[in-house]
Design a protein around this ligand. Structure first.
Ligand code: FES
Length: 263
């Protein structure tokens, strides 16, 4: 659906990361974890174009939260918008994460601000589990306290070793696979491409269940630019694979459906 939404607040939460909360009473109650919205950014030169953003949080009161990193003109303009400014939102869009059952122990894996796209899932999980979060340094970690408040335990890895385990988040995944914290573990990941590919391969190698959000590949978010194409399993094809647009068929895919180089 399309909705004109006023900004309730929009502020820097550290470094180049910002949190914007929209008043979206129509869209917000419909949001499922892992979905995204298109924002027509007020005051942007080419404001006809919309930008896709993963949804961090949404509630029945109509508050819809997006966490974004300022990386280009669109997000730079968005970061300057003040409360009361109206933006047109379209959504919610995309295939969501599957909310695990009561007997499944969720392990969320987030790289960088991939934690934003998995936060609503953490809130909706009936059994609270474990968040494995990785970032370049402690300054790039976001939402850790919020995940803890939602009932999740948190393990941190930083590339520079400024906090937690030194190295990549995949090191934490390997540790959890070696010594599972519970029965019936299932994984959910969102983050940079390299992290997701490594995670997917680990899950397949160990026959573990999981879903990956490839939201980082999205550009136009409406199926027009083909920047988000990935190879996915399709038994009906001669070679067993076909190409899919992440923004149309994802952003969430089962780990078993994705093609991994060198698999
Ligand atoms: Fe442009 Fe998917 S993001 S086609």
């Amino acid at each position: 659906m399309l909705e004109n939404c006023k900004i309730i607040s929009n502020a820097c939460i550290g470094g180049s990361y910002y949190k914007v909360i929209f008043k979206a009473p129509g869209i917000s109650p419909k949001v499922k974890p892992g979905q995204f919205i298109h924002v027509q950014i007020a005051n942007l030169r080419d404001r006809i174009l919309r930008r896709p953003f993963s949804i961090c949080d949404a509630n029945a009161k109509g508050e819809l939260t997006v966490i974004y990193k300022v990386i280009g003109e669109g997000t730079a303009v968005l970061s300057k918008l003040t409360s009361g400014t109206e933006c047109n939102l379209m959504g919610p869009q995309g295939k969501p994460f599957t909310i695990p059952g009561k007997k499944q122990f969720p392990i969320l894996v987030a790289g960088g601000y991939g934690s934003a796209a998995t936060y609503l899932l953490a809130k909706k999980c009936p059994q609270k589990g474990l968040l494995l979060i990785g970032a370049r340094s402690s300054a790039d970690l976001i939402l850790v306290d919020e995940f803890k408040k939602s009932g999740f335990k948190v393990q941190v890895a930083t590339e520079d070793g400024s906090i937690g385990t030194k190295g990549l988040v995949t090191k934490l995944i390997e540790g959890v696979i070696r010594e599972p914290p519970a029965k019936n573990i299932c994984f959910f990941g969102c983050g940079p491409h390299g992290m997701l590919m490594a995670m997917g391969k680990l899950l397949l190698k160990n026959t573990l269940k999981g879903e990956l959000s490839l939201d980082h590949l999205m550009c136009c978010g409406i199926g027009a630019c083909y920047a988000c194409v990935v190879k996915v399993k399709d038994e009906s094809k001669a070679d067993g694979w076909r190409f899919a647009r992440t923004c149309k068929e994802g952003p969430v895919f089962p780990a078993t459906a994705i093609y991994y180089d060198g698999k």
